[in-house]
Design a protein around this ligand. Structure first.
Ligand code: HEC
Length: 185
């Protein structure tokens, strides 16, 4: 530890000396530590299949089955079904709503492409509107899970169906074929 501190101050002296040598003020603030930036890892198709599809199914399942009646799996810690897992029942509904709302953020970060290589149309006003609808539906489902309220689940599920299909109608369902996905109508 001690050795480390000595090394650091030696480094500091050397850094100041070189700053002076190139004519930069020795008092210039140290550069801020780099922030962990959002990064893109999957196509839009993969985000839909990997996050939105399974999370929305948790909310849809809770329309017909009261989550408080769902029995946990024999080993809930390893259950791949959120509803029967260690964080199951109403907690799973709340978490799925939050996963959907968080996924709205993933639909707004730059650099993602669709399965056909076209960029996600972030700059389009209707895209932002559809993403906001998704966010609102996710938060409505999260509130329903938190309140353990089946009527609220029904409303949130309707909202979600609309949010998914409003965007799909414009950017996914293309009469001309999947090569035109993510292009405006
Ligand atoms: C803001 C727009 C938008 C919203 C909101 C949206 N989607 Fe999508 N979705 C798309 C687009 C565009 C594609 C096609 C992506 C591609 O081909 O890369 C897609 C594709 C999909 C696919 C894959 C279909 C296939 O061809 O295999 C699934 C599943 C899916 N969405 C589910 C959902 C669900 C469930 C919701 C709502 C909870 C939702 N999406 C909300 C735009 C959206």
């Amino acid at each position: 530890m001690r050795v480390r501190r000595v090394m650091l101050s030696l480094f500091f002296v050397a850094a100041c000396a070189s700053a002076v040598a190139v004519g930069v003020s020795a008092q210039a603030p140290a550069p801020a530590a780099p922030r962990a930036a959002a990064r893109v890892h999957g196509t839009l198709l993969q985000v839909m299949r990997g996050i939105l599809f399974p999370s929305s199914n948790v909310i849809y399942a809770a329309q017909d089955t009261d989550p408080s009646t769902i029995k946990p799996d024999a080993d809930p810690a390893t259950s791949p079904n959120p509803l029967t897992s260690a964080y199951g029942g109403w907690t799973a509904v709340e978490n799925a709503g939050l996963a959907i709302a968080e996924s709205a953020n993933l639909l707004t970060i730059p650099g993602r492409v669709c399965s056909n290589g076209k960029p996600v149309p972030l700059a389009r006003a209707d895209w932002s509107k559809f993403v906001q609808e998704l966010r609102d539906a996710g938060m409505a489902a999260a509130a329903a899970g938190k309140a353990k309220n089946q009527d609220m689940v029904l409303e949130a599920a309707d909202k979600m169906t609309m949010a998914c299909s409003n965007c799909h109608d414009v950017y996914r369902e293309k009469r001309t074929g999947p090569q035109d996905r993510c292009l405006p109508q």
